[in-house]
Design a protein around this ligand. Structure first.
Ligand code: ARG
Length: 460
């Protein structure tokens, strides 16, 4: 006997193209573990409250566990006729248990069910992503620890500004990822609320116990309003916001690595394990990994935009539009996990900094000009006056094809009598960096403190 999805209100079957259009099983099968877990909690609650018998409850749980292991063994592959994962599981349960299987959906709707599944799914993905962020931070930290005294040009407007410790530069990304990790923790808190028992939209006539299922599923609380519970996707949007920011950070870092790997910068060499070649230009070595990360960022932004637009015109409560939330979430999760993984490998073993190039870079520009102005200001010259004078010094140097360090003491003193022999040590790159010893600055002492604090941050 053919099992019909809909009630007997329907006289004929769906048009095959419409059935295909309507179905979500091709992608929401990803939720199956969570669907089964949610259904087990629901079945236990039905028995606990006496809505079904203890024995029926046990049968339902056993049947659901059987489906779980069938799925794990590759023996449960529902087709399009099942419509979605929820129907697929319920059908199989009824095949296994007969009439008892048909009791599972008592006091429940697919609306609170899918909301529960999605939250359970996202909750566990958030934890996995947080773990990956920690691993990435660890790699950053290890790289920073051995590069405290490696100097790299610091930029504003992509123009040489002031040299910094390479560790300081890497720790900037560490801190961005720290915020990402914390933000995900916030999203987790609001994701971890149970809509189960909200029913289709209005609650149920059965004496269910929503707090009982919430507890079984480790939710921290329950939705207070059933209409809100079945139609809220704030948590998904918040997740995509947090995800978009993670991608912003990975993409900025990618952009820098791409620049650094160019001949023009030449700050890093890509190792063969993490670079690719060209099909025609034999000399090429391309930074495909950071380029892909930069490119994939758009997908996640797009999914965020899609969900915002999806929600903005929805009347309460459930609307089928909501089925569109899943692929956005699944693809974002997959994208973020793969980007974090690839970037971690790239950083841990795919690139090598080129000390000679970095050293040439920081020794051959005017990025110590601020320090000349600071030198004068520290000796009583008002800063703005010192700033103007050093501007003139730089112009003179450019005309003479000299760097600041090439000026003779006589030349310095002609410019201002306050200059003395120690001007040379004051403008040496490592001194320039060391001197920026204000809290959070690039001074080596501060960077060592920052490394220590960073270690504590990821242990907390
Ligand atoms: N596949 C559906 C979804 O993902 C499940 C909920 C269907 N509910 C409904 N009233 N048609 O949203």
């Amino acid at each position: 006997t053919e099992q019909k999805t809909w009630s007997q209100r329907f006289e004929s079957a769906l048009h095959p193209a419409i059935a295909l259009f309507n179905a979500s099983i091709t992608f929401d099968i990803e939720l199956i573990e969570y669907d089964i877990t949610g259904s087990i909690a629901h079945a236990k609650m039905l028995a606990h409250t006496g809505i079904i018998s203890t024995q029926e409850g046990e049968q339902l749980v056993a049947g659901l566990e059987q489906i779980r292991s069938e799925y794990h063994q590759g023996q449960f592959n529902p087709g399009i006729e099942a419509e979605d994962v929820h129907f697929a599981v319920e059908r199989r349960l009824t095949e296994i248990l007969g009439d008892v299987g048909k009791k599972l959906h008592t006091a429940r709707s697919r609306n609170d069910q899918v909301g529960t599944d999605t939250r359970l799914y996202l909750r566990s993905q958030i934890s996995l992503i947080q773990t990956q962020i920690r691993e990435f931070q660890r790699v950053l930290l290890e790289l920073a620890e051995v590069n405290v005294e490696t100097l790299i040009p610091g930029y504003t407007h992509l123009q040489r500004a002031q040299p910094v410790s390479l560790a300081h530069h890497l720790l900037a990304y560490f801190q961005m990822l720290q915020r990402d990790w914390e933000r995900l923790g916030d999203v987790y808190r609001r994701t971890n609320i149970s809509p189960l028992g909200c029913g289709a939209l209005a609650g149920t006539t059965f004496p269910i116990d929503r707090h009982y299922t919430a507890e079984l599923l480790d939710f921290a609380g329950v939705y207070e309003n059933s209409l809100d519970g079945v139609s809220d996707r704030d948590f998904a949007i918040e997740f995509l916001c947090a995800s978009s920011l993670i991608m912003v950070h990975l993409s900025r870092f990618s952009e820098e690595i791409i620049l650094w790997a160019s001949e023009e910068f030449g700050f890093v060499k890509l190792k063969d394990s993490c670079a690719t070649g060209s099909s025609i230009m034999p000399q090429k070595k391309n930074p495909d990994v950071p380029e892909l990360v930069r490119g994939k960022t758009g997908r996640v932004f797009g999914h965020l935009q899609a969900l915002l637009v999806l929600m903005k015109g929805l009347p309460l409560a459930y609307n089928k539009d909501l089925q569109e939330d899943k692929e956005a979430l699944f693809d974002s999760v997959k994208t973020i996990k793969s980007c974090l993984e690839a970037m971690k490998i790239l950083l841990a073993e795919g690139l090598e900094f080129r000390p000679e190039r970095l050293s040439t870079a920081v020794n051959s520009d005017f990025s110590n000009a601020t320090d000349v102005a600071d030198y004068l200001a520290a000796r009583g010259v008002p800063f703005r006056e010192a700033y103007n004078l050093v501007g003139k010094v730089v112009r003179i140097c450019l005309e003479k094809g000299k760097l600041l360090k090439d000026l003779t003491l006589v030349e310095w003193q002609e410019l201002h009598p306050a200059f003395e022999e120690d001007i040379y040590s004051a403008i040496a790159p490592s001194q320039v960096v060391a001197a920026r010893n204000s809290y959070g600055g690039t001074g080596f002492e501060q960077v060592r403190l920052a490394l220590k604090n960073a270690r504590t941050q990821i242990q907390a």
